[in-house]
Design a protein around this ligand. Structure first.
Ligand SMILES: *Cc1c(COP(=O)(O)O)cnc(C)c1O
Length: 412
């Protein structure tokens, strides 16, 4: 065991935007003994998970569960609906969009990557500070009269930046261009934290994972499908076997899987679904928005720039903070980790060393948030950064003057 001879007292504060802390209830559920995945009890578990996930994605159509990290479900989305050499339109919103684009290239697709813009006055890429610009997608699709573009791929919650993208606006742009491309969306870190509507937004494949809003350990991931995506999978020619939807869908309606599923994580998922449905999905979203607003109140009081430059698309899941020029954000993170046993997210890719990320997703409440903000404020001061005012005080003021949705619901 790590730290066996030097166990830190109290809980570790895992405030990275995924993996997020796993609640005790879920840890206990995961510890149940493994059962026969072809036996009679398993079907109930399988069905509960598959039906429950449809509610989370807000879809009437099938959801596929893979024993893989989110990256596997990215690959599944691409190989099930596309063919070698297909052009796909992607948008550079941050590091995860860039990784998905790299994967598309490796799979033999031709990704067109919109959005690599110049740096702004903070020295960060401008498009890593705002969401997808749907008008640019519309213009590109309108120019594609021959319909060479087979799919539009966008990230809903860019975990590397703390910026969300308006998926309904992307759908409207595609409809306005009267373009038949499929819409593929990564909401690996947005699901069960930020409002998401697979059917209503006309998404063809939504990709998600277990270790962010769903509060599970890493290890399982999801594709939510549309009838159009299922139809495309019948003619797509990219090689697929493990990721192929056809055998999954054939077996899943009985509650079983074509190969050994991750039984323990499905126990955890069934528990997580109960917790989320019990709280109410809308209350979960409101809780995330409220904690995110309190976090931004703290960052504003510190007078540090929030990475997301457009208030309309602030992420409810995490907040990216740009450190002053000359302050290495990773050095700050290391200091905070060693002094306060608090893990913050690192700057990824083009923003490495220039920013850090505070996660406020999943199993997080007012006092979890205040502990994190206290650790960050102490770390900023220890690093010699002169703070305008106390962010901790500003966040407390925000939380005490904004009643949580749950309390409102109870009072009603
Ligand atoms: C975490 C994440 C991924 C990668 O998922 P893994 O589980 O690490 O494979 C991809 N996209 C986004 C937006 C993410 O947050």
């Amino acid at each position: 065991m790590l730290h066996l001879n030097n166990h830190p007292s109290g809980r570790h504060f895992l405030q990275i935007p995924g993996p997020s802390p796993v609640p005790d209830r879920i840890l206990r559920a995961i510890s149940y003994p493994t059962i026969d995945h072809r036996g009679p009890e398993f079907a109930d578990l399988g069905k509960a998970c598959l039906l429950g996930m449809q509610k989370i994605f807000k879809t009437q159509h099938p959801v596929v569960i893979y024993p893989a990290s989110g990256t596997g479900a990215w690959e599944a989305a691409l190989v099930n609906v596309l063919s070698a050499g297909d052009t796909v339109l992607m948008f550079e919103t941050g590091h995860f969009a860039s990784l998905w684009q790299k994967m598309a290239t490796r799979l033999g697709l031709k990704p067109e990557f919109i959005g690599a813009a110049a740096n702004d006055d903070t020295g960060l890429p401008a498009n890593w500070r705002r969401g997808v610009q749907a008008d640019q997608i519309e213009a590109r699709l309108k120019a594609d009269a021959g319909h060479q573009i087979k799919a539009v791929c966008v990230v809903h919650n860019e975990t590397s930046t703390g910026v969300t993208s308006d998926i309904a606006a992307v759908r409207r742009a595609m409809d306005a261009a009267r373009h038949p491309a499929l819409l593929l969306v990564d909401t690996i870190s947005g699901l069960a934290s930020a409002d998401y509507r697979h059917d209503e937004w006309g998404v063809d494949v939504t990709v998600s994972g277990s270790q962010k809003g769903l509060m599970l350990p890493p290890g399982i991931s999801f594709n939510a499908l549309s009838p159009k995506a299922i139809a495309a999978s019948k003619t797509s020619t990219l090689p697929k076997s493990f990721w192929a939807w056809d055998e999954m869908l054939e077996v899943n309606h009985t509650g079983y899987f074509p190969y050994t599923p991750s039984t323990q994580l499905l126990y955890g998922l069934a528990e997580a679904l109960e917790m989320i449905q019990g709280e109410g999905l809308d209350v979960v979203f409101a809780r995330h928005q409220r904690l995110a607003a309190a976090t931004r109140a703290a960052v504003n009081a510190w007078d540090l720039p929030i990475q997301c430059a457009d208030p309309a698309v602030y992420s409810p899941v995490l907040t990216g903070v740009i450190t002053p020029v000359g302050v290495d954000a990773d050095g700050l993170r290391r200091l905070i980790h060693s002094r306060f046993d608090l893990s913050l997210g690192t700057g990824l890719g083009k923003v490495k060393g220039r920013m850090f990320r505070m996660g406020h997703l999943g199993d997080c409440n007012d006092l979890t948030l205040m502990a994190m903000l206290s650790g960050v404020e102490m770390g900023l001061k220890l690093s010699g950064i002169r703070l305008q005012a106390s962010g901790v005080q500003a966040a407390m003021d925000h939380l005490s003057s904004h009643v949580p949705a749950q309390a409102l619901a109870k009072a009603a």
